[in-house]
Every structure is written in structure tokens, then in C-alpha cells.
Design a binder for this molecule. Structure first.
Ligand code: PGA
Length: 243
């Protein structure tokens, strides 16, 4: 894992956007794996700026998102479908047919997961996967458990994730309790990974992530086994002992 400590959230956002822009310049037909949550919002803003000011071209880019609540309507402003349109897709020249998210409206979630995994495989695979990390160590919605699933699957959200995500909903009771998520194996198949970690509330999980073990208690720890991971952290997320 390559670790880069940035001064603050803005620097993480800019560097993250520069890494993605470099990938887009290198291969204008890149397959990008994208993530939602508060952390990548600043990075998406910078990418939109790069598109508007410097013509960063998304016309041949394909995207696959990590996860989506289940069940949820795409039109709901809490859906990740909505989030991605709002933060990135509506502001750049990506073709709608090149955008993929697990379908939270599917009547058959198991079939949806198989189809999603198949589409990913047929695309040739993700060139760079953006990830955030949950306060509980999850990546995507791969929550800490005794066993982690390899492929895209329907999962139950842990109380800690429901609580963390309640800030986006009117009431904690409105947070869906399930989600469709790429599995750990799906994520590990990406050619490269960009993990963004910002804010003091992530310092405890950063400490666990860099404690020198791989454990299903911290699903992100499996990323230590991937050959090409860059972790961008801000100073707030790093305690003195982790420098
Ligand atoms: P956050 O979420 O960026 O909103 O902290 C990260 C995650 O849960 O993966």
C-alpha cells in the first residue's frame, strides 16, 4: 500500500482527482470504479472543474459503482444513483449507457448481483477503483463479519453503518437495512485501487487498518493483499503513531 498524507480534505480531493484524470488521459476508455459517501464529494467537484475548465473528457469512460441501498428508488434523493448524478454524472459528458450501479429497484436482487458481476467481467474489469472506508472498516458495504463474500451480493447493514448513514436521512428509521454491494473479491479484481480517508472520526479505523494484520473484522485490511493500492489520508485521520 502506498500511503500519501495530505494536509487536509481539499488536498486529498485534488490529488484524488489528479490521479483519476491521469488515468483518463492515459486511457480515454478507462473503466472507473466509483464510490459514494461524504469523502469523495470534493474529488468529484474537482473532476467537474477539470471537465468544465480543461475539457477532461468522459465521453468514452465507463463507470461501475460499488454499491446501492436495497430496496430504493433511483429517483429517491438518498439513492446512490441520485448521488452520482448530482455530484458527477450530470456535470460531465459521460454517456448514460456507460454508467452502472447495482439496481436498488430490482425485483430479484440475487439475479441483479449475478448480472452486475457478469457486466463487470465483460467490461474487461475496473482500471481504478475509488473507495472510502466506514468507521467500522467496511469497504463498499462489506461489513465486519466472520466471513466476507467474494462476489456482488445482497447484504444487511450493521447498526454502526445505519447510524453513520442516518445523517443523510430525515430519520434513522428511514435508512434502508440492506444493500447490494460488490464483494471483496470483486474489489480485489480491480487493476488499481484509490482509497480516500479523511477526518478525525476515521483515525481509530486507520490505526486498525495499519496494525499489521488482515482480518475480516476490518474488511479494508484485505487491501494489503492487493499489489496496487494508493491510500490518500488527511492529517486529521492519522494519529502520531501511524505516521
Ligand atoms: P463516508 O463513508 O465517506 O461518508 O465517511 C465512507 C464509507 O462508509 O465507505
Amino acid at each position: 500500500m502506498k500511503r500519501i498524507i495530505c494536509k487536509n480534505y481539499d488536498e486529498v480531493s485534488l490529488l484524488g482527482a489528479e490521479i483519476l484524470a491521469k488515468q483518463i488521459h492515459k486511457n480515454p476508455q478507462s473503466i472507473l470504479g466509483l464510490a459514494t459517501g461524504s469523502t469523495p464529494v470534493g474529488m468529484y467537484k474537482k473532476l467537474v472543474e477539470m471537465h468544465k475548465k480543461n475539457g477532461l473528457d468522459f465521453s468514452q469512460i465507463t463507470t461501475f459503482n460499488l454499491d446501492e441501498y436495497y430496496p430504493i428508488k433511483k429517483s429517491s434523493d438518498q439513492s446512490y444513483d441520485f448521488f452520482m448524478r448530482d455530484n458527477l454524472f450530470s456535470h460531465v459528458n459521460i454517456k448514460p449507457e456507460n454508467i452502472h450501479l447495482p439496481n436498488g429497484e430490482s425485483a430479484n436482487p440475487e439475479e441483479e448481483c449475478i448480472a452486475y458481476e457478469q457486466m463487470l467481467a465483460e467490461s474487461g474489469g475496473v482500471d481504478i477503483q475509488v473507495l472510502g472506508i466506514g468507521v467500522n472498516g467496511h469497504i463498499g458495504f462489506n461489513e465486519p463479519e466472520d466471513e466476507l463474500k467474494l462476489a456482488t451480493h445482497l447484504t444487511n447493514l450493521t447498526p454502526s453503518t445505519i447510524e453513520a448513514n442516518a445523517r443523510f436521512f430525515k430519520n434513522i428509521k428511514d435508512v434502508p437495512t440492506k444493500a447490494l454491494t460488490m464483494g471483496i473479491g470483486t474489489i480485489m479484481k480491480s487493476k488499481s485501487i484509490l482509497l480516500l480517508i479523511t477526518g478525525g472520526n476515521k483515525a481509530p479505523v486507520v490505526k486498525k487498518l495499519f496494525s499489521g494484520v488482515v482480518t475480516t473484522d476490518v474488511p479494508a485490511s484485505f487491501l494489503h493483499l492487493h499489489p496496487d493500492v494508493t491510500v490518500l489520508l488527511d492529517e486529521a485521520a492519522v494519529t502520531a503513531e501511524n505516521r
